[in-house]
Design a protein around this ligand. Sequence first.
Ligand code: ADP
Length: 622
Amino acid sequence: MLFKHSFFYRYVAPYTGRLLFNVLLRVLSALFTLVLTIAIAPLLSLLFDTGSTQSAMTGSGLAQSGLEILENWIRLSVTENGKYETLFYVVSALFLAYFLKNLCAYMGLYLFIPIRNRMVAKLRNDMFHKFMILPLSYYAKQHKGDLISRISNNTQDVDTQMLNQIQQVMVDVATFIFLVAALFFISPQLTICVIILLPLIGFLTSFISRSLKRKSKKLQDTIGRISSQVTESLEGIKTIRSYNTTGYALRKFDAENALFFKINTRVLHRVYSGHPLNEVLGTTAVAFILVIGGYFIIAKQSLRPEAFIAYLVTMIQILPISKNIITAYFTYQSGKGSWMRIKEVLRADEVILEKKDALEIHGIQHGVRLENVCFTYGKKPTLKNINLELPKGQFIALVGPSGGGKSTIINLIPRFFDPVSGKVLFDDRNIADCKIDNIRALSSLVSQDTVLFNDTIYNNILLGNPTANRDEIIQAAKMADAHDFIMATPNGYDTLIGDSGTKLSGGQRQRLSIARALVKKAPILLFDEATSALDTEAESRIMQAVQQAGKERGQTIVSVAHRLSSIRHADEIIVIEEGEIVGRGTHENLYENNMLYRKLCQMQNLDNRTSSSNPLPQNTSR
Ligand code: ADP
């Protein structure tokens, strides 16, 4: 199971075939590099005419015979075609090998680009998909900017620091293996001595890389927080300016930025320590080779000078490659910090899960019922044993002091949260047993924060019910008291409303949200302070129109309202205080018998009558 979440399993494994082909190209490229390296010794013996016929090498049979075969060819060609012509052939062969080496390397890169981009696209898609299904409780704990940073910066890092490194390392590792093989080919004794150095390199590398991974995760978390602060500050720029709190925002930002500076400096110190580390190791290796090689040439006479030069040339090629591999490994480790942040999102608990054999539900016959519902966001109970009937066709209002749990009740109905204990029933079906999409289709929620998209007014309303026709849209807009202001805009229903509806007033935005909810014609309408930005008159007018339409269509309307004038004509008013129902009844009834309700009414200068003293014409659309 764990393996299934691994980066390689999900994002790299599907491209195994293409990757293997890519590896083949890289291996070919490395093979040509090898040819170039090995051909140096015979070329030198040809140029300097060292008369290597004596074949003084006492290395392995393979090394001797390999070099000898090449030398024999050259010797044969020299006797048949002369030295100049042979030199021309050897140089042409080297040129061809060089050309093919680069062609294969480029083709490998070329083929890897779409694979890499597809992997990143898939990663982003997976994250966005997860964002769309994560429960609202997840967003209560996360900062928007941080999540944006995860889907933008961190996926980009995975691309440049992990995928890019994988492809680079593929070339380097193949070349490295071939070049080490070439070293064996030229002088096995010397190579065995060099290999003794390898465990030392491995030890130093793993020590640095482990701390790098940890630090990189910290660094990415800091970038996430910086991004959240920028988002928050830009969204709240008006408030920041009006309260003259620019200093506060700057100080907070400065602190985070300073932390970023500190961690990033440490990370880069570690990353760049790969270069000098490698130089030192490389120089040590070369010094070591010079001493040992010298010993084999001078004292033992078991190594020919041109073979030694070829050996050194090969070694010099290996050094930058091994440096690249180590640097790539470090970069890969620091990319893993970003991957860990992405994984946190991908593995986040969905909490609200649909059962495997979830029931279909497409309508409500009798109503909604909350049965012994308890709920908490943390430790303190938010709702304590709530029992509530919301019969079909009725208008129920939830009132009470702020923080009592009214919005929480509203959020339990479309199953944005699950109760800790107790049930929410549609007719007699527990919504936890039903399909989530079905449950959401049965209700429309309008909350205080209106969400509009940068599109036309028409399309924003249509979002509530994509099958609605123009007449239905206009009817909903009229009911939400929005038709008149829409007609006064330059293009009527086809007017673009700007980013998040910035071209509209708060009240106009709320009216559009209400129209959108009405056009859905869902059996349950949930209003959570949906009319708070409207004036009292408009609010009463809309609520009465909605109530009347609700009665005609058999819709259950649940409304949370601070302004009690808008709900005084509700069929039932539920008074909620500190997570408990402390009163229920009609306006008159509660006014007489419930102290808290009466106090709330008196604070708003509301008397005990169900209708306002100055009744307004019903169902009009000014
Ligand atoms: P009301 O709508 O009556 O004002 P709410 O249902 O919004 O009350 O909130 C009830 C309690 O739950 C409050 O104490 C509030 O602080 C807390 N609360 C609301 N939403 C969250 C949340 N997402 N995370 C933690 N606590 C929350």
